[in-house]
Design a protein around this ligand. Sequence first.
Ligand code: EPU
Length: 431
Amino acid sequence: MIHGGTTLRGEVEISGAKNAAVAIIPAALMVDGVCVIENMPQISDTEMLLTILRELGARIRFLNRSTVEIDCRNVCMQDAPYDLMRKIRASYYLIGAMLGRFGHAKTTMPGGCNFGVRPIDQHIKGMNALGADVDVKAGFVYADARDGKLHGARIYLDKVSVGATMNIILAATLAQGRTIIENAAREPHIVDLANFLNSMGADIRGAGTDTVKVNGVEKLHGGSYAIIPDQIEAGTYMVAAAATGGEVLIKNVIPRHLECISAKLRETGTIVLENGDTVLVKGASSLRKINVKTLPYPGFPTDMQPPMCALLCVAGGTSVITEGVYDNRFKYVNELRKMGAEIQVDGRVAVVEGGHRLSGAPVMACDLRAGAAMVIAGMCASGTTVVEDVRFIERGYENFVGKLNALGADIHIVDEREESDGRDKILTMIG
Ligand code: EPU
């Protein structure tokens, strides 16, 4: 429940990158030793993956809030828990990691946010090229290395895919020989996965470019690694600061990873100042319209599209947002309309008529980033906004409400529980 009309001011610390962590946790499955991973974000996606590893036999221990020790030496091939796997997109990384370690894998088809059809054909193409047979049957993915071991191959991705690039890197790490991935995705979390694996003895070059070369190694050894800061979490606070006309120092970031977001914010009139591992965002008294097109890195990230749309609702003039990655990532626009936003959507293009004062309303968090967009809109709106289904937000933002409230937002988590007889619903304030 958000009481709107607040201006964000102060400092916020960014947590470790979700989309790096969700690949690095499965990667730990291939390590013949103990991994100590720092800057692990406390979000439900990482909690679920750690639970999956634990159920497979891993020993997992938190050394402090954000440092986790993972020991997968005693893991043996068995079915991973179906209910957890189907809830998250990143469970597809277990295919690459299990194939690498055991020569076979059984996982569910991945879950995750619904932006239209999200096939995994490029992952399967990669595994096939490395010598695995992959079968999708009744919601499960079965993968088997034909001769018990994977073999390096040259793989051209027909579509730039973060998940396929990372999954093939995982599978190729312990394969025999050299793998070359062409038309690879270049996101910072791909570099982070490669750096993690290299620090444990892998031989991966070119991550962050469109050609990644993996020389297979016999085994990986234990070690320590710190996950990079989350580009999208940082971008979300940048946009929230700008949208509310506030001034926020965003700490523990890599400004280079934020350039695409900083550049578009500057076009709106927002001041963005980089200094070491911080960025200072100062909102303009009136924001200007901009046009945005989402693209794979280093383009403007699709995951920042919904938060930026919330900002453009309160900017002056007509902005055009073009979604260049997913077929259907504008479903949340209906929720913004309930708050008075004027947005027309035609396929992958949204036209935002800005300059309207938003008013609080009951809305849904349709998915993770759409949920963040609703919270930003709620802070800009007059009156009270209730965002339902915040479990989506908890998938990817550590302590979102706590961090925003520390910056001056007025947000309470409201727990809507059904009584045991299922008839009455009660609203309980819990913070
Ligand atoms: N695609 C295919 N075939 C494939 C794989 C992808 O056609 O085999 C298509 C997708 O349908 C999409 C495009 O290629 O249109 C790009 O998808 P990509 O594989 O890059 O995305 P992903 O791996 O499924 C990850 C993040 C997403 C983020 C995208 C793009 C994880 C777990 N998820 O998804 O994160 O939007 O990359 O950057 O890393 C989020 O954090 O909110 C989120 C949705």
